[in-house]
Design a binder for this molecule. Structure first.
Ligand SMILES: NC(=O)c1ccc[n+]([C@@H]2O[C@H](COP(=O)([O-])OP(=O)(O)OC[C@H]3O[C@@H](n4cnc5c(N)ncnc54)[C@H](O)[C@@H]3O)[C@@H](O)[C@H]2O)c1
Length: 255
């Protein structure tokens, strides 16, 4: 069994948003001793997040501005990270965008952007990161899908988001199979609605109540709920879990 090295780096995409899940995942991982390579569209915020977490947790961290759909930019960022940080053996794919447009009003442009960011972007980052993990003989990949993939929308985001997030589950099962013999695990997490700004800004009390009414656990999901699940799947102890989808949804959907 391959163990994660004591000195190790995780790439976290989409960790620049102050109230976002990615930021909380990066915090949790840094708290557990992971060094961080943060990749986000917003390069300034990625760098600020990295330096704040480096100072707070005493780890090495750096941020890069890159669109996850731009393969050259992603490869350059991870090449740089590889030169300046300890071995890259973790990846948390958080970068994502929402799409509230009803299906009959959807343009082809919006469809393509959803699939590009939420699915192809994950592939681009994962493929480059997996090449590093293969060289170290161990790795943990976690990608954030959504309850929307399982229920057929029914949340803020609609059809192309749901299609991309469903694609992520199939993508993850397939790479789990292909990469397992290199000591790499790959899993998805499917959160229910989480209190961030991705659903068009801060959630109103009314929206929170409508989410809660469908759940068994009577509170709104938080970035911490997803960060705890992500850090578990990235731990040494989760080395026998691969190709799985973990629901973090307060019991809103069971499978
Ligand atoms: N919030 C929820 O209710 C919820 C539920 C299920 C799944 N998710 C998923 O969790 C992930 C994080 O969501 P969040 O709520 O924290 O969103 P958020 O909007 O707060 O953060 C998303 C982050 O991704 C970055 N990003 C967007 N497009 C990018 C691109 N092309 N390249 C690089 N970075 C990019 C943004 O700059 C931002 O920092 C997303 O994949 C989302 O689909 C969220």
């Amino acid at each position: 069994m391959s163990n994660l090295p004591d000195s190790r780096t995780a790439i976290v995409t989409g960790a620049a948003s102050q109230r976002g899940i990615g930021r909380r995942v990066a915090e949790r991982l840094a708290g557990l001793g992971w060094n961080l390579a943060i990749i986000d569209l917003d390069g300034g915020a990625a760098a600020d997040t990295a330096s704040a977490l480096a100072e707070r947790f005493g780890v090495c961290a750096a941020g890069w501005g890159a669109d996850v759909t731009d393969q050259a930019a992603v490869v350059k960022a991870i090449d740089d990270a590889e030169k300046s940080l300890p071995p890259i053996v973790g990846l948390a794919n958080l970068a994502g965008i929402s799409s509230p447009t009803p299906y009959l009003d959807l343009t082809l442009e919006e469809w393509r952007r959803q699939i590009d960011v939420n699915l192809t972007g994950v592939h681009i980052v994962t493929q480059r990161a997996a090449r590093s993990m293969v060289s170290h003989g161990v790795g943990r990949i976690v990608s954030i899908s959504s309850i929307s993939a399982q229920r057929g929308g029914g949340t803020f985001s609609k059809t192309p988001y749901s299609a991309a997030k469903s694609g992520l589950i199939g993508f993850t099962r397939s790479i789990a199979r292909e990469l397992g013999h290199f000591g790499i695990t790959a899993n998805t997490i499917s959160p229910g609605p989480i209190d961030t700004d991705i659903m068009g800004g801060q959630l109103t009390e009314e929206r929170k109540q409508s989410f809660i009414s469908e759940q068994i656990i009577k509170r709104v999901g938080t970035p911490t709920d997803v960060a705890e699940a992500t850090s578990f799947l990235m731990s040494d102890g989760a080395g026998f879990i691969t190709g799985q989808n973990l629901n973090v949804n307060g019991g809103q959907y069971m499978s």
